[in-house]
Design a binder for this molecule. Structure first.
Ligand code: MN
Length: 244
């Protein structure tokens, strides 16, 4: 995968995200996890490899509890410079919303190979669709695995799993609990929540589908009246691009 797809999706006259160029890596491989409030909140897990950032969108965020298997949808490669990107992606652009760095640091393969660079080892593991690595982040530390789900409906579906080691936890782990208090992503989410409440002050689900009340009719009911089948479907379906 090159950076073509990344560049194609973005208008660099509008977004402040970096344009895609390959870069030579430093001594240690780097990783970054960005918290991204787009159409849906998710975490972007990125590992430096082959001069780019191999990327996965993790809807629930990473976990330090080995019992959790977090879905990680592989997305297009991002340029190495994306590692430090934080800020607003303007409305109407790909991934519009707010991005902030949640964790970052260096990483290396759990099983290094003599005479091979870490980069080469990780690229071989990526090819085998099973990555095993040690993270040295501020929040995430220790061994992790990222493995592709075999025979999944979506060929981009992987799982991010914490290995049992001294950094693993037994209690429930919610990445959201480890965000900064002055987080701009959280501020944006709160603002969205406030707007939603203004539109729908009673906090009810604005779209209750009660098709049996309208036998044979092509309309569904929401709390303020009727809407078309198409509107109902649009409202309930997760947009395909929402995880990026
Ligand atoms: Mn994203």
């Amino acid at each position: 995968m090159s950076l073509q797809e990344y560049n194609k999706k973005r208008n660099f006259k509008e977004t402040s995200e970096p344009s895609g160029k390959k870069k030579t890596a430093g001594n240690k491989l780097k990783f970054v996890i960005q918290r991204h409030a787009a159409s849906r909140l998710h975490y972007d897990f990125r590992l430096e490899m082959d001069g780019v950032l191999k990327s996965w969108a993790v809807p629930k965020g990473p976990s330090l509890n080995p019992a959790d298997k977090r879905l990680a949808m592989m997305v297009e490669d991002h340029p190495y410079d994306y590692r430090t990107f934080e800020g607003t992606i303007p409305e109407g652009n790909y991934g519009a919303g707010e991005v902030e760095i949640w964790d970052q640091g260096t990483y290396e393969p759990i099983e290094p190979v003599k005479g091979k660079s870490d980069d080469l080892v990780m690229r071989a593991e990526l090819h085998r669709e099973s990555l095993k690595f040690v993270l040295h982040g501020e929040k995430l530390k220790g061994e992790f695995a990222l493995v592709k789900i075999k025979n999944a409906k979506d060929e981009n579906a992987w799982l991010l799993i914490k290995h049992k080691d001294k950094f693993a936890v037994e209690e429930d782990y919610d990445a959201e609990a480890y965000t900064d208090e002055d987080s701009r992503v959280t501020a944006l989410l709160k603002e969205k929540e406030r707007k939603k409440k203004r539109i729908n002050p009673e906090g009810q689900n604005p779209l209750k589908i009660i098709p049996r009340h309208f036998p044979g009719k092509r309309n569904y009911r929401n709390s303020y009246g009727l809407c078309s089948v198409k509107q109902a479907i649009n409202h309930l379906m997760i947009p395909t691009g929402s995880l990026r």
